[in-house]
Write a protein that binds this ligand. Structure first.
Ligand SMILES: Nc1ncnc2c1ncn2[C@@H]1O[C@H](COP(=O)(O)OP(=O)(O)OP(=O)(O)O)[C@@H](O)[C@H]1O
Ligand SMILES: Nc1ncnc2c1ncn2[C@@H]1O[C@H](COP(=O)(O)OP(=O)(O)OP(=O)(O)O)[C@@H](O)[C@H]1O
Ligand SMILES: [Mg+2]
Ligand SMILES: [Mg+2]
Lengths: 265, 265
């Protein structure tokens, strides 16, 4: 099972949309996929039509070792499962504060489902707190969704530093797999400039010893498409909600691009 | 001095863009305005062209009582000042955990500048952690920027609960001033539906005893306009970068709308 953190501390750049729709596209290609919702906003959970009740077990119970991942997992479609989030995840900073080895709480829980899935994608909150650190400690690689805007580009170097730190201290195998440009407005100069800056950066670091040495900026860009913003209100991935939309086409293409990048590495 | 928290835990909805450009528009109308950057991403700081060095004093020092707000304040334009953020704000959760009365750290610091400004806007990070709670404890009112999307609408009820809790426990005078729709794509059905839902909600709660009893959804909508996304890369507000753009017109209109809502209340 390949474990991937979908991560960017910049808010609203397409993390949830990418975690849900890339997972759905890989499931459509025949892979068994699990989406883990680590965001207290529980947007991946909502996007896939699962309502989490306050009184139920939650991912926080899993991190505290009080229940298994399987207890909070829902089969949402063929070959696509969701580990639901809950509001109490917001208390994780406080709850895990004094716990020994708290960064590794998630990776032990994920080991238990190693044989059940081919891919596992973790949707992270827009911060670099204890939930995100737990995800970085538990996964094999990171996927960075990014809006082609200046403020989003600015945060990239801080994010790469955090990945490098996590690789040094918590998880030596951690790699950056790539950057996916989301909400791409093809007609603006800004998008083209940012896309060029990102591609140029990765060309320059090819081969240098770092967690992003063999990372890439994916050719596939996810175009801005209102169908992607409508799909969550129907509890469906874009493939089920609007299968012929540009948004569905882009995420299907990204799934193929992502699989190619695995064999190239 | 009227103190306002610009807040929404949903990421990428226009908090920084609104805090910076509404402040600039009020300054242009002759008011003395201060923007406080409480986000470890330091995007409001970047947007107004200020580079914070790692070794300098920061807002975290202010929260820990080790320096005054004036020591980290920059005059960026006529009648417009910025209290810069820094990366170490990300450590605030850990640094302030266990400090007695940590929620009120900011409000004491703001009292010192009470007579210097007419308005003070706090740009909050996309979370409901200790930095946001500090802001809610310190201000008179909350302004909620919101993208007219389903996922952003979904988080609104959680945000209102948090404001109500802060009003009960930390700051009895706290009120919701209003919701500003940002990145408004006038041509989509989704935007029109979400705008209708938000307006209908505030009509229904008019007059009920709650912190949002006299809140409104502002008539002014900030249209999607690429100039707004370009302005931060020049270190300027939209009024200086592209004064004749739709983005500048919308924020000037919002400033007038905002001032009207103060006299109406
Ligand atoms: N390509 C796209 N075209 C149009 N809308 C999009 C696209 N991708 C995402 N959206 C919408 O933009 C908003 C932000 O996307 P999303 O919530 O996936 O970002 P996020 O990074 O997960 O945000 P957060 O930081 O709050 O977790 C959502 O309302 C989503 O529906
Ligand atoms: N009306 C608009 N039209 C076009 N782009 C916009 C508009 N408002 C904001 N933006 C851009 O969209 C992105 C998100 O906006 P912004 O950073 O202000 O949101 P935020 O809520 O502060 O995000 P975060 O949750 O990360 O703090 C930025 O790149 C910004 O430049
Ligand atoms: Mg998300
Ligand atoms: Mg911001």
């Amino acid at each position: 099972m390949r474990k991937v953190a979908v991560l960017n501390q910049k808010g609203g750049v397409g993390k949830t949309t990418t975690a849900v729709n890339l997972s759905a596209a890989l499931a459509e290609l025949g892979h068994r996929v699990c989406v883990v919702d680590m965001d207290p906003q529980a947007h991946a959970t909502l996007h896939l039509g699962v309502t989490a009740r306050e009184d139920e077990r939650s991912l926080l119970d899993v991190l505290l070792g009080e229940c298994a991942l399987a207890d909070i997992t829902h089969d949402v479609r063929e070959r696509l499962a969701l580990v639901r989030a809950s509001i109490d995840l917001a208390a994780a900073e406080a709850e895990l504060a004094g716990v020994e080895g708290r960064e590794a709480a998630l990776s032990t829980a994920l080991d238990a489902v190693e044989s059940q899935y081919d891919f596992l994608f973790i949707d992270c909150p827009p911060s670099l707190g204890v939930l995100t650190i737990n995800a970085l400690a538990a996964v094999d690689e990171v996927l960075i969704p990014m809006q082609p805007h200046f403020l989003a580009l600015h945060g990239l170097s801080k994010l790469l530093e955090t990945i490098e730190l996590a690789a040094e201290r918590l998880n030596p195998k951690l790699r950056l797999r790539g950057v996916v440009l989301c909400m791409y407005d093809a007609g603006t100069r800004l998008a083209a400039e940012v896309a060029r800056d990102v591609a140029r950066f990765f060309d320059q670091v090819q081969g240098q010893p770092s967690p992003w040495a063999d990372a890439c900026a994916y050719e596939t860009r996810i175009r801005r498409n209102v169908r992607l913003a409508e799909a969550p209100s129907f509890g469906k991935s874009i493939l089920d909600y609007a299968s012929n939309s540009p948004g569905a086409a882009d995420y299907r293409q990204l799934a193929r691009d992502y699989l190619d990048s695995l064999t190239a590495a």
